[in-house]
Design a protein around this ligand. Structure first.
Ligand SMILES: Nc1nc2c(ncn2[C@@H]2O[C@H](COP(=O)(O)OP(=O)(O)OP(=O)(O)O)[C@@H](O)[C@H]2O)c(=O)[nH]1
Ligand SMILES: [Mg+2]
Length: 633
């Protein structure tokens, strides 16, 4: 069954509550004080089911708002979730200040559907009614309620005249309203909290997106408490599930009533983050004064309200009737997402001065103004592909995870995957493990990597390259993106990796003359010594190069496996060790067992060499120690 939320709007005493009652039979004024004073103070609710022309049922949930200028903030808490507005104008009074203010609010909130109702038609003659109708027509011209698009209907809630006609028109207009996205990510801005005997805490609100089921766990924003849904009601009837677009009441477990209030939002745990800075597109009403930079305003979005400071990024003001980008710094955090509408009201005296749409609830702190403006222009354009490309690009080297992209956009992850399909194919976004990164970031990183490696090799000509992890830490880059850029450079043969060393290709080690000479003498010293090797200290002492360089040359010889270190102070030439292995093979033909004494005799070495060499052979699985003997394997 399709659900549509209908809100009333209009000046005090113009007959909004009486109209809702005439339509639904329900008195939305529920407070004792409202009944006593005969005015609406807070939002009230009612509902009605009507058959559509194709025989299906249409469920209308009504949010009746107060017209009194002092209660506009309550009106704002109710109007946030509506799909259709009934703009109420009393035939005997015509357009009044809150007719204008409520209508402005509806426009700023981008309410797209509605019907204008002239109430109290019974109080005026036909001629007066016609005059009011003309006045109202004029007032609505060019707006979403232009009479070219939607009718003006005269009714009397007292006699019932015109009510059936209004119902027919409600069905017509409601049929043209697209259903809200029940597959979207759940958000329920709470407009009422109360306690019911035998039930405990109950919250109500218009479910603006997604669905809620019994036993669901939800997070309460902004503070992050968790609650469990004990029961779900839609329009007073218990049900298993409420879906987007329905007036929803939830019986909650896990949090006392006192910790909940109008303005909190319920959503799936761990999905979203609250925002305190919003990049927005802001419109100042033609009837308002110019909005100055750094001014403080009352901020209203969905059911929440707080104080906000307006930042205009270097502009002094937004003039009346103008629209511009700006940033709002909220006094308290609120869960808001791009596309959410808001209203701002002057700090004092409190009147509505403008409103707009959230473009980004996670603005980057340090960003060039032109980059921010480019981003906001794309965000305002509303093309999801382009928006995602920009959201990825602005994170530059940090990239953005799918999870963060969901939190930033409010789009489901599968929708994001779909939007990204083409950008990924076109290479406008690159997926690196769990992260999405821009090609610009990857190529900038590649450039940085190449330069860093080149500089390192210039400064450390004898080193086999810079250690991979050292390089990453030096640049302060996340492991996944680092690996991707490195792989790319290796693939393009701009860098090479040997074990853990990153270096420029063909740039292994560049040696100066005396260094290569020293390298040769070290190698020769060990090669000619066979197994009776000299100490390293003695070899190095006779070289032309200084100790540090000499040590580096030895490290190189060890890396290239020309020399092999078999114990703390014994190095052997690889050929000598190869010979040793040969000798052991020959020995095995005679006897598979050999003891230390025999080994010493066989190779003509002292115990000082024999023990480390045997241990080396054990490690290499050439021999295995059994008691005092070795078995040659
Ligand atoms: N004669 C006549 N009186 C009406 C009609 N509609 C409302 N009234 C009377 O007008 C007065 C105000 O009506 P409400 O429905 O309370 O007005 P409202 O717009 O809800 O007022 P607020 O919520 O305080 O802004 C009440 O005394 C109603 O009985 C109508 O169609 N004809
Ligand atoms: Mg009322």
């Amino acid at each position: 069954m399709k659900s549509v939320i209908v809100g009333t709007a209009g000046h005090i005493d113009h007959g909004k509550t009486a109209l809702v009652k005439a339509l639904t039979g329900i008195d939305a004024d529920r407070l004792e004080e409202e009944k006593r004073r005969g005015i609406t103070i807070d939002i009230g609710f009612a509902h009605l089911e009507l058959p559509t022309r194709d025989g299906e049922a249409l469920r209308l949930g009504f949010v009746d708002v107060p017209g009194h200028e002092r209660f506009v903030r309550n009106m704002l808490a109710g109007v946030g979730g509506i799909d259709l507005v009934l703009l109420v104008v009393a035939s005997d009074e015509g357009i009044k200040p809150q007719t204008r203010e409520h209508f402005d609010i509806c426009r700023l909130l981008s309410v797209r559907h509605g019907i204008t109702v002239l109430t109290k038609a019974d109080l005026v003659d036909a001629e007066t009614l016609e005059v009011v109708r003309l006045e109202v027509e004029d007032f609505l011209r060019g707006s979403f309620l232009d009479t070219q698009k939607t009718p003006i209907i005269a009714v009397s809630s007292l006699t019932g005249a015109g009510i059936e006609d209004l119902k027919k028109n409600l069905v017509n207009v409601a049929s043209g309203i697209p259903a809200r996205d029940s597959r979207g990510l759940t958000r329920l801005p709470v407009d009422r909290v109360f306690s019911m005997k035998g039930f405990g805490t109950v919250v109500t609100g218009t479910l603006i997106s997604g669905s809620v089921r019994r036993e669901d766990e939800l997070e309460v924003f902004p503070r992050g408490e968790r609650v469990r849904v004990r029961g779900v009601q839609v329009h007073g009837t218990a049900t298993d599930q409420a879906v987007a677009g329905q007036r929803t009441a939830l019986n909650l477990a896990g949090l006392p009533m006192e910790q909940l209030s109008r303005g909190v939002t319920l959503a799936r745990p761990g999905t979203f983050h609250v925002a305190t800075r919003l990049d927005v597109e802001l419109t100042v009403l033609p009837s308002a004064k110019a909005l100055k930079d750094r001014v403080r305003v009352h901020f209203h979005a969905h059911t929440s309200e707080t104080i906000a400071k307006v930042l205009l990024h270097g502009n002094k003001q937004i003039s009346a009737g103008e629209t511009a980008f700006g940033q709002l710094v909220l006094a308290e955090p609120i869960l808001l997402l791009p596309g959410d509408r808001f209203i701002i009201r002057q700090f004092s005296p409190v009147v509505t001065v403008g409103g707009g749409v959230v473009l980004d609830a996670f603005p980057m702190a340090k960003i060039k103004p032109e980059v921010r403006n480019q981003f906001l222009t794309v965000a305002a354009g509303g093309d999801p592909e382009q928006i995602l490309i920009r959201r990825v690009a602005r994170r530059f080297l940090a990239g953005i995870s799918l999870h963060s992209a969901v939190a930033e956009t409010g789009w489901r992850s599968d929708a994001i995957e779909k939007y990204l399909r083409c950008p990924l194919v076109r290479g406008e976004v690159i997926r690196v493990g769990d992260l999405l990164v821009s090609p610009e970031a990857i190529s900038a990183l590649s450039q940085l990597l190449s330069e860093t490696v080149a500089r390192f090799q210039e400064q450390n000509p004898l080193s086999p390259g810079i250690n991979r992890e050292t390089l990453r830490e030096k640049l302060g880059i996340g492991p996944e993106i680092f690996a991707a850029a490195l792989d790319m450079l290796v693939g393009e043969k701009k860098l090479e990796i040997s074990r853990d060393f990153v270096r420029q290709p063909g740039q292994g080690v560049v040696m100066k003359d005396e260094e290569s000479e020293s390298k040769r003498s070290i190698e020769e010293a060990f090669a000619s010594a066979g197994l009776k090797v000299p100490t390293l200290k003695d070899v190095l002492a006779g070289l032309k190069v200084d100790k540090v360089r000499a040590q580096k040359i030895v490290t190189l010889l060890l890396r290239d496996k020309v020399l092999v270190k078999i114990s703390e102070d014994l190095l052997f030439h690889k050929d000598a060790l190869f010979d040793l292995r040969q000798r052991m093979v020959e020995q095995k033909a005679k006897s598979a067992r050999i003891d230390v004494a025999h080994f010493k005799d066989l190779l003509g070495v002292t115990r000082k060499y024999a023990i480390p060499l045997l241990e080396y052979l054990d490690r290499e699985h050439v021999t295995r120690r059994v008691g005092d003997e070795r078995i040659i394997l």
